[in-house]
Design a protein. Structure first.
Ligand code: ASP
Length: 325
C-alpha cells in the first residue's frame, strides 16, 4: 500500500530531525567499557574521568582527549598548564599544545600562544579546519580569535606572585644557566576497537625565554599516534627530550612488536647513551597500544612519574618504575 504523501513527508522530516539531533547533540551514547585513557601526573585523573564521560556520551576519541585536557587547562591550581600556568621570564603566560589522530595521521600543534587558555582546542581546530599542522605566536593567536576564542589574562594572583618572587630574587636562576618548575598533561586514548589518539598541553618551563619551543607541541616529540601501533606522550625536560623524538621513537618500537612498557624502556636506554644530567633531571614517557595495554617510565628515581589510568570504567593513579636507580 502506498503511504499518504503527508505521512512519508512526516517520516522523512522526523528522520532527518533525529539524525540532526544525533550529530548536533552528539552521537548516541556508547559504552566506554573498552576505552582506556592514560595521562601524565595526578591531575590526569580528572582529565581521564572527563574524557571517559565525553566518550561514553558518544564523543569521538579526539573529543574525549580534547575535553579531558581542557579540564587541566582550565584549572587555576595547576601551575604548568593553561590558565594559571607559570609565565615566561617577562611575566607572560605562553602555552604549547598538540593533538594527533591515529587514524588519519593528522596532527595540529600550537606554540607560544598567549591569552587563550585552551591551546589544545586551538590545535584541534587547526588540524580540522586548515591544511596546516603547526602555528606559533601572533599568528596562532589571530587564528584562535578568528575561531571564536576570547583572549583573557592567564596570570592568576598565585602565578603573578610566584613570578614577582622569582623576578625580585637577586641572582635568580635563568635559562642561560639553570631551569625551574614544569609539567605537562599528556593524554593518550584507545577506544578498544583499534583507534588511538594523543594530545598534550603545557605552559612549558617557568621563566623560560620568550619564544622558546620545546617538545610538547612538536609532533613525534610531545605526542604521536598511529592506529597501526599505538600512541605515546612525554613530559620532562623538553629542551633535551625534543632531541630524541621520544613519542615517535616509542610508537615506532611498538610498530615493530614491542609491548608499550618495553618501548618506553627502549627510549630510556636510547637517551641514556647521550642525554646529560640523567640522574638529576626529569625525563618521563607514557605509551598505549591500540589494544589498551600501557607503559610508563621515568629516567630516575629523583623525578618519579605519576600517571593516571582509566580502564574498565574506573580510574587509578600509579607511579612509573624509574629506569635508573
Ligand atoms: N616538556 C615540557 C617542556 O619542556 C615540560 C614538562 O613536561 O615538564 O616545555
Amino acid at each position: 500500500m502506498t503511504e499518504p504523501l503527508d505521512r512519508r513527508a512526516f517520516l522523512a522530516a522526523t528522520g532527518a530531525a533525529a539524525a540532526a539531533l544525533a550529530t548536533t547533540a552528539g552521537a548516541p551514547a556508547q559504552s566506554d567499557a573498552g576505552a582506556v585513557f592514560l595521562s601524565t601526573w595526578d591531575f590526569g585523573a580528572e582529565a581521564n574521568r572527563r574524557a571517559a564521560e565525553v566518550f561514553a556520551a558518544g564523543g569521538s576519541l579526539l573529543d574525549a582527549i580534547e575535553k579531558g585536557v581542557n579540564v587541566v587547562e582550565d584549572d587555576p591550581n595547576v601551575t604548568s598548564v593553561g590558565y594559571g600556568g607559570l609565565p615566561n621570564s617577562e611575566g607572560e603566560v605562553e602555552l604549547d599544545a598538540g593533538i594527533m589522530d591515529g587514524t588519519s595521521h593528522r596532527a595540529g600543534s600550537i606554540c607560544n600562544l598567549h591569552k587563550i587558555k585552551n591551546p589544545i582546542s586551538v590545535a584541534r581546530l587547526l588540524m580540522e579546519k586548515t591544511l596546516h599542522t603547526t602555528m606559533a605566536g601572533d599568528g596562532a593567536l589571530r587564528f584562535a580569535i578568528e575561531m571564536g576564542f576570547t583572549p583573557q589574562q592567564l596570570l592568576t594572583p598565585k602565578s603573578l606572585t610566584e613570578w614577582l618572587k622569582w623576578k625580585n630574587t637577586p641572582n635568580h636562576s635563568t635559562f642561560w644557566i639553570d631551569r625551574e618548575h614544569h609539567d605537562t598533561i599528556g593524554m593518550l586514548g584507545a577506544d578498544g576497537k583499534g583507534k588511538v589518539a594523543a594530545g598534550c598541553s603545557t605552559s612549558g618551563l617557568a621563566w623560560k625565554l620568550p619564544g622558546r619551543v620545546a617538545d610538547s607541541p612538536l609532533v613525534g616529540c610531545g605526542y604521536y599516534a598511529d592506529d597501526a601501533a599505538g600512541a605515546a606522550s612525554a613530559t620532562g625536560n623538553g629542551d633535551v627530550m625534543a632531541n630524541y623524538c621520544t613519542s615517535f621513537f616509542i610508537v615506532n618500537r611498538m610498530a615493530g612488536g614491542a609491548h608499550p612498557q618495553e618501548a618506553c624502556n627502549d627510549l630510556m636506554r636510547f637517551m641514556a647513551r647521550t642525554a646529560p644530567q640523567l640522574h638529576e633531571d626529569m625525563y618521563c614517557v607514557i605509551a598505549i597500544a591500540a589494544n589498551g595495554e600501557i607503559g610508563a617510565a621515568s629516567m630516575n628515581s629523583k623525578q618519579p612519574l605519576q600517571y593516571a589510568l582509566w580502564k574498565n570504567g574506573s580510574g587509578s593513579i600509579h607511579t612509573a618504575p624509574p629506569f635508573l636507580g
